[in-house]
Design a protein around this ligand. Structure first.
Ligand SMILES: O=c1ccn([C@H]2C[C@H](O)[C@@H](CO)O2)c(=O)[nH]1
Length: 134
């Protein structure tokens, strides 16, 4: 996996963000199992609560074109801020990363690369095993 290229794709996607309320633009790039990269950006809404994070936009778009297995996701936000996916996005990503191996690429506040597995970011995740035990 080319981590710098995936982060560059997330940064490029960030330019498409619709964030007139928070002005906090975020881009995501999801590396699919077939090698394709699905970009996403945050899409805010005047109701605030209907806002979509970049990670969920990328995931939904990838699923809509038949992708269901993912290797990594890069997330890029404003410079100087350590950004990691919100709790809701962690849960949504875990739906398609049941083993928790999905690699999340982020940047620390100083801009240096940081990475963690989804399992580390969302330990003891709720999933289909709890919903349908046995
Ligand atoms: O990982 C994150 C964190 C926040 N946001 C968006 C949601 C909202 O539009 C703005 C401020 O929270 O940033 C994302 O897209 N991804």
């Amino acid at each position: 996996m080319d981590a710098p290229a995936l982060m560059a794709a997330a940064e490029a996607a960030r330019a498409m963000a619709h964030a007139p309320y928070s002005r906090f633009t975020v881009g995501a790039a999801l590396l699919c199992a077939d090698g394709s990269i699905q970009p996403g950006c945050n899409v805010e809404n005047a109701s605030y609560g209907a806002t979509l994070c970049a990670e969920r936009v990328a995931l939904g778009a990838a699923v809509a074109r038949g992708q269901r297995r993912f290797t990594a996701i890069a997330v890029a936000g404003p410079a100087g801020i350590a950004l990691s996916p919100c709790g809701l996005c962690r849960q949504v990503l875990s739906e398609f990363a049941p083993d928790g191996h999905l690699l999340v690429l982020m940047r620390a506040a100083d801009g240096s690369p940081r990475q963690a597995t989804l399992a580390a970011l969302l330990p003891d995740a709720f999933g289909p095993d709890q919903l349908h035990p046995g």
